[in-house]
Design a protein around this ligand. Structure first.
Ligand SMILES: NC(=O)c1ccc[n+]([C@@H]2O[C@H](COP(=O)([O-])OP(=O)(O)OC[C@H]3O[C@@H](n4cnc5c(N)ncnc54)[C@H](O)[C@@H]3O)[C@@H](O)[C@H]2O)c1
Length: 321
């Protein structure tokens, strides 16, 4: 297959591109090297990809209409896998318009460009945060998801809905993947596991917002990539949404700190901070739809995944600081 992967220099995008290249696909990647975290970390993510003969990495913005048009003109893509975007709940709280522009308008324009060039298959990276305050656990794709708690969640849900409309009016085939807190080697430096790991390693206190009982359905990046590849292979006409979660019990912040402290062999010190508006208290995925349709079967549990993350962290240091 020949695929356009946006966000290729990022955490999930770089792992996905490596997997696709390893099985013989051709990958054209687009990434703007957004300064949300350092370029050096993204360049490192790309080391193996840039060296591969079936990969091409283009630096540019999904909002750059002329560039996107040129990429599609040269493309001949079987599908677009759209992971580029502004990630993270907390940074979105003060920048709703920016999140809307990149995540909603950017996604809309990319889908329009795909359609204009006859590419009719579009996989979109959405988020468990879309379930917001409205869902009953475990979260199922059939939930209405109309009470987002942050501009980030609202932007992802809005983009899903725009894509859904394009299925109806333009015949685009769309698969939405709702990732549940993905972690593992190369994880974004501001995400909890990476930030906590750095704090423990450097003997700094870990800021825990709220009681520490908040829990997440953590998903190992290798599993998230397997689900994504499976979705790429099966994408067809119509609109589908799949949760990609970790497949076992959610982990509380306290448990996370304990796992990290053990894996690092260093004590952890917790500093309690007030709760942050926008954070969801608990996430837990119902992954039965992905199991059935995609054969999705997550393999790496939180202990093993954290051990792998810490091994990577030890080798690569506190990238992003
Ligand atoms: N990591 C998670 O736990 C998680 C959970 C749910 C959803 N997601 C979604 O999955 C996708 C990938 O997440 P990630 O953790 O790998 O994030 P990431 O920040 O590491 O990767 C996103 C990439 O998109 C690029 N980008 C940002 N704006 C761009 C633009 N305008 N044009 C081109 N490229 C641009 C960035 O430079 C970055 O390399 C994102 O859309 C994110 O919202 C991630």
């Amino acid at each position: 297959m020949k695929l356009l992967v946006t966000g290729i220099a990022g955490f999930i995008g770089s792992h996905l591109a490596e997997r696709l290249l390893a099985r013989g696909d051709t990958v054209v990647g687009l990434d703007s090297f957004d300064p949300f975290y350092p370029r050096a970390a993204k360049e490192k993510n790309l080391e193996g990809i840039r060296a591969h003969e079936s990969a091409r990495v283009i630096e540019g913005d999904i909002l750059d209409e002329a560039l996107v048009d040129e990429i599609f003109r040269e493309g001949g893509f079987d599908a677009v896998v759209h992971l580029a975007g502004l990630a993270g709940v907390r940074p979105s709280l003060g920048a709703p318009a920016r999140y809307q522009r990149v995540n909603v308008e950017g996604t809309t324009r990319l889908a329009e460009a795909a359609l204009a060039h006859g590419v009719r298959r579009f996989v979109f990276a959405s988020s468990s945060s879309v379930y917001g305050a409205s869902a009953r656990a475990p979260f199922a794709e059939s939930e209405r998801a109309d009470e987002p708690l942050s501009p980030y969640a609202a932007s992802k849900r809005s983009a899903e809905l725009v894509l859904r409309s394009l299925v109806h009016v333009r015949g685009l085939g769309v698969t939405v993947l709702r990732y549940f807190t993905v972690y593992g080697p190369r994880q974004r430096p501001e995400m909890a596991i990476h930030a906590f790991c750095r704090a423990i390693d450097q003997s700094r206190p870990i800021p825990i917002h709220g009681s520490g009982s908040a829990s997440r359905d953590y998903t190992y990046v290798g599993d998230a990539v397997s689900g994504t590849v499976s979705a790429i292979d099966r994408i067809d006409e119509g609109f589908r949404i799949y949760n990609l979660g970790g497949g076992s019990q959610p982990t509380t912040l306290f448990q996370l700190v304990t796992h990290l402290s053990r894996a690092l062999g260093k004590p952890a010190r917790i500093e309690h901070r007030p709760e942050v508006v926008g954070d969801v208290q608990h996430t837990v995925a119902d992954i039965s739809a992905a199991r059935e349709a995609l054969g999705y079967a997550p393999e790496v549990d939180i202990r093993e995944g954290i051990a792998r993350f810490v091994a990577w962290y030890r080798e690569h240091g506190a990238a992003g600081e």
